[in-house]
Design a protein around this ligand. Structure first.
Ligand code: RM4
Ligand code: NI
Length: 295
């Protein structure tokens, strides 16, 4: 598997952190790194495969990876993101010191590596990321330290926001983040989009527009991808039959499930399961295209 080396991204031995904007991120084949990576998705969508698990990534999601993780970007649609990469060296900061702020507090399924931030939070982080990018371009020792301190600010800001209790009145961008989080956690249940919009305080039209601007897809499209992602994971990890998996992933019609599944992955659910067992789930189905397009 492709390994990205820190020496290609970091200037000298002493540099701890670098910002790599991807505007946009194009599909990128399966790889691992000898550094750590935090990804902040500013807009768009795409399939991301992390350690063989496909996940439909969209606006406002943050994820983090460590050196042993393998991942790929598949089918990126206007996927604008910022990669913040950092590593263990003799800098003041050590990745072990920040890990507790990146790992989830409690191990909820599917929540380990990804979480949602609001548009307001993204906007708040923008100048911080810009300053971090700036400092990390400068070679002197003081700038390197400044970059480390900005990195620390970024991590703590993200962590505080992640575990902040909400409840105050939310602006529409923050509400959208709640909708996305809600969808991700409830996609296996029947969801009425109009009712959902209403519940989170959007008019139907406003909802569609805000949703599309942020994610480059529709609420229905997003929900479908979430369900397919769930199904792909279940096909690899459970022994339930295809109909059961369709139902437990939120589809009420297993024919439609098979149709949508084939459209996305190019194969039937049972074929996907066979392939995944043979070559590993990340390399079958949705990931296959990237893996074969890439190096
Ligand atoms: C690539 C891709 C990878 C990342 C490198 C730094 O475009 O985003 O995930 O490891 O950049
Ligand atoms: Ni990477």
């Amino acid at each position: 598997v492709l390994t990205l080396r820190g020496r290609e991204f970091f200037r000298g031995e002493s540099q701890f952190v670098v910002v790599e904007p991807r505007t946009p991120q194009s599909p990128f084949p399966l790889h691992e790194h000898d550094f750590h990576e935090i990804v902040l998705v500013a807009s768009g969508n795409g399939w991301h495969v992390l350690n063989d698990e496909p996940h439909f990534l969209t606006c406002g999601e943050v994820l983090y990876l460590e050196t042993h993780d393998r991942h790929a970007f598949v089918e990126a649609n206007d996927l604008y993101l910022t990669n913040v990469i950092y590593r263990h060296n003799d800098a003041l900061l050590h990745p072990d010191r920040v890990r507790p702020y990146l790992q989830p507090r409690d191990e909820q399924e599917g929540e380990r590596r990804y979480w949602q931030i609001s548009d307001g939070m993204l906007r708040q982080l923008k100048p911080l990321l810009a300053a971090l990018a700036d400092e990390s371009r400068k070679p002197d020792a003081a700038s390197e330290l400044m970059a480390e301190s900005l990195f620390l600010q970024l991590i703590i800001t993200l962590w505080r926001d992640r575990y902040a209790s909400d409840g105050e009145h939310l602006v529409s961008s923050a509400r959208l983040a709640h909708v996305l989080r809600y969808l991700r956690h409830n996609c296996m249940h029947p969801i009425d989009i109009a009712e959902l919009a209403d519940r989170f305080g959007f008019s139907a039209r406003h909802f569609r527009r805000v949703f599309r601007e942020a994610t480059a897809t529709t609420p229905h499209g997003y929900l479908l991808k979430l369900r397919l992602g769930r199904a792909m994971r279940a096909l690899c990890t459970s022994d339930e039959n295809v109909t059961q998996i369709a139902l437990s992933s939120g589809f009420n019609d297993s024919n439609y499930f098979s149709y949508a599944f084939r459209k996305l992955t190019g194969m039937s659910p049972s074929r996907y399961r066979q392939e995944a067992r043979r070559v590993g789930p990340g390399r079958s189905g949705v990931a296959r295209r990237t893996a074969s397009n890439g190096s």
